[in-house]
Design a protein around this ligand. Structure first.
Ligand code: HEM
Length: 179
């Protein structure tokens, strides 16, 4: 996983809980990086899992809820840092439809060692999109959080339905509808 994911995860813990909580977790966690991340570095997915597991134990919030909340937090951070990637007139559904053909393509140019999921659009209407998320990292809850973060950013309300289609390769159908 790219360091940008880690720096934002640590920042979310610092700003929404406390600096002490973030320090405690980074000290206790058994991380490959000693808890020092740079945004363009690359670190194992297991390190995210380790941080989220410890955070879950300390806050008694289920890991999935934390990953969802992180996705919501992360969306704004990613957009703020990469505004040029998104068309100024795009709405949430345009952005989702262009994840594979534009957004993540641009991300790969910036961070050639990024490990990205694929999103295949199955059906697109003005206020609805049906797509298939595929990734061995199985982070559809993060995707759902990112989509909800995007909905907040674009001042719209949506529901996201997830349906695991297959486990190998790991494929999940995501249906996003405006409410
Ligand atoms: C709602 C919109 C988005 C969704 C649903 C989405 C989904 C995801 C997911 C689920 C991952 C985790 C990797 C995996 O599952 O295999 C990911 C990684 C990533 N995404 Fe997106 N993304 C969105 C928008 C964006 C935007 C706007 C940017 C930046 C302009 C961005 C940049 C990245 C980066 C840098 C990574 C990390 C790759 C790595 O760790 O190597 N994403 N995205």
């Amino acid at each position: 996983m790219l360091g940008i994911i880690f720096t934002n995860l640590v920042e979310m813990i610092e700003t929404t809980i406390s600096y002490e909580m973030a320090d405690e977790i980074l000290e206790e966690a058994n991380l490959s990086s000693d808890g020092i991340f740079t945004s363009v570095g690359h670190y194992p997915l297991e390190d995210v899992v380790e941080i989220v597991t410890l955070l879950s134990q300390k806050t008694e919030i289920p890991p999935d809820d934390l990953i969802f909340a992180f996705g919501k937090y992360l969306f704004v951070k990613l957009i703020e840092g990469h505004k040029h990637i998104v068309r100024p007139d795009a709405d949430l559904f345009d952005l989702l439809a262009e994840l594979d053909s534009n957004i993540h393509v641009e991300v790969l140019k910036l961070y050639p060692n990024a490990t990205l999921p694929t999103f295949t659009v199955v059906k697109r209407e003005k206020e609805m999109i049906d797509m298939i998320y595929q990734s061995p990292r199985q982070l559809e809850t993060l995707a759902s959080g990112l989509i909800h973060g995007g909905a907040e950013y674009f001042k719209t309300e949506v529901t996201v339905n997830m349906n695991v289609l297959e486990t190998s390769p790991y494929r999940v159908q995501l249906t996003v509808k405006k409410t």
